[in-house]
Design a protein around this ligand. Structure first.
Ligand code: JFZ
Length: 457
């Protein structure tokens, strides 16, 4: 009997947390996203994206500068000078950890084709540099040691590989429609190229046990919906609980990154360079740079503390995760001013982390003044600006507010309950200059709370 009750509770809690996601797409509808892995991912909220490679020697954008600002011949030989003697996995992971990040996603291979590990399947890799060895082994061991999840960015396009048919730069490079390959020679090359990718991905998973594979480059014409679903199934077959972003398939809607429909494979959506739209049903992660470029650039304009923290709370309040990108320098270090900025975010999270980690977005729809998160019997109101006096919000249906106070402050704020509304009087001086957080203690668990429109604040 108790066994059945326990089973039922597990089943129900899965139902509560189960997000709509495509998983295997129309070819593999039974290949559902792993529920526990997705829950852990959504609980962790904040990760570090790392874009790195020999191009850091030039300070231009990774891959996109190949054949544009940097002649192809120069670009493809940069690895011969790439010797990041100051790379220290512990420094990178500690930097992420001190920022309050729970996972790291590293560009194992970007569109320029260079591989950051020692790959059996190519010599265009770290082992062929003066440094002489891959860096992913150290990084994965350090992540395990410090309790940080590790994911691998691996792009589908490789503009350096002889079998890959798309050439960049071409005249009007933009998102391409998928196209059937009619030339049998090209078809043969593409088939060989897919085997190359599968081999490398299997090599990465077996050697370093990543939690996520973060695909990219799926927009090029040579990649088809069928290829995407096959690759998704191939990887889930190697590691059942791996999470794979929606760029494995063709279902992504531009930079907004949402998935067009369940016919496409993928476990979460990937808005790029923007905070995703409010969506507490589907899993998503915004990737945003701490400076301007993905890869390191001297004097690249850094986002302010306020921009970073507000981006984080707006993302989480909208139901997503934030993957904040840093580009380490050619010598292997993360630039000091970036380390300092990341530490500032971490210090904010030391105080306000309870309003971020393990929460879900909403119930209030984001506006210019506030975003909200919730967990247990609490709603958190993250203030992006001073509301000038008071906050006036509709009560979620069936809930009561017991009291209101700032996170980490014992004093209750002045609270007035009106018909269907409540009002919190906000003191003139807020505890944090960039984002202060008010906790509303509710009369019951907020877990199944529905979203609430808030035309007033
Ligand atoms: C892609 C990458 O190309 C970029 O370098 C970075 O890794 C990011 C996370 O993902 O972003 C894109 C995708 C498509 C275009 C530009 C940037 N495009 O087609 O112009």
């Amino acid at each position: 009997m108790t066994k059945h009750v326990i089973f039922l509770v597990i089943l129900l809690s899965n139902v509560v947390y189960a997000q709509n996601s495509s998983g295997g797409g129309e070819a593999y509808p039974y290949l559902k996203t792993n529920v526990e892995a997705l829950k852990k991912f959504q609980d962790s909220k904040f990760g570090m994206f790392i874009h790195w490679g020999p191009v850091a020697l030039r300070g231009t954008e990774i891959s996109w500068s190949r054949g544009v600002q940097v002649p192809i011949d120069d670009y493809d030989n940069l690895y011969k000078e790439f010797n990041p003697v100051l790379f220290n996995a512990s420094d990178w992971v500690t930097t992420a950890k001190n920022a309050g990040m729970k996972y790291i996603v590293l560009t194992t291979r970007h569109h320029d084709g260079f591989c950051l590990w020692d790959s059996k399947y190519t010599n265009y890799d770290m082992a062929s540099t003066p440094y002489g060895k891959g860096i992913i082994k150290d990084l994965s061991e350090e992540c395990k040691k410090q309790g940080i999840d590790l994911g691998f960015y691996y792009t589908i396009c490789d503009w350096h590989h002889e079998d890959y048919p798309v050439v960049y730069p071409d005249e009007n490079y933009k998102f391409h429609e998928e196209k059937e390959i009619t030339n049998p020679e090209v078809k043969q090359k593409m088939d060989r190229y897919i085997v190359y990718m599968e081999n490398q991905l299997k090599e990465l998973i077996e050697a370093y046990d990543p939690s996520f594979i973060w695909f990219d480059g799926e927009w090029e014409w040579a990649w088809t919906h069928e290829m995407g679903m096959e690759l998704y199934a191939y990887l889930r077959n190697i590691k059942e609980d791996i999470l794979i972003n929606n760029r494995v398939d063709k279902g992504r809607e531009g930079m907004a990154g949402t998935t067009k429909s369940y016919k496409y494979a993928g476990d979460y959506a990937t808005p790029e360079r923007e905070i995703g739209k409010y969506d507490v049903t589907n899993a998503w992660e915004s990737c945003i740079t701490i400076a301007n470029q993905w890869a390191w650039k001297a004097n690249d304009k850094l986002k302010t503390r306020k921009q970073c923290i507000q981006t984080l709370v707006q993302t989480v309040g909208g139901g997503g995760n934030l993957l904040l990108n840093v580009g380490p320098m050619a010598d292997g270090r993360i630039e000091e001013r970036q380390v300092v900025r990341l530490k500032e975010i971490g210090s904010w999270l030391d105080l306000y982390g309870e309003a971020i980690y393990n929460t879900r977005g909403g119930p209030y729809l984001p506006n210019d003044y506030l975003v909200s998160t919730h967990k247990d019997n609490k709603i958190y109101l993250h203030l992006l600006k001073h509301p000038d006096g008071n906050i006036n919000l509709p009560l979620p249906k069936g809930f009561e507010v017991k009291n209101a106070h700032f996170v980490n402050q014992a004093d209750f704020l002045n609270l007035k309950i009106k018909k269907g509304y409540f009002e919190v009087i906000v003191p003139e001086k807020l505890p944090d200059s960039d984002v202060s957080v008010i906790v509303l203690e509710m009369n019951k668990s907020t877990i199944n709370m529905k979203s609430v429109e808030n035309d007033v604040y």
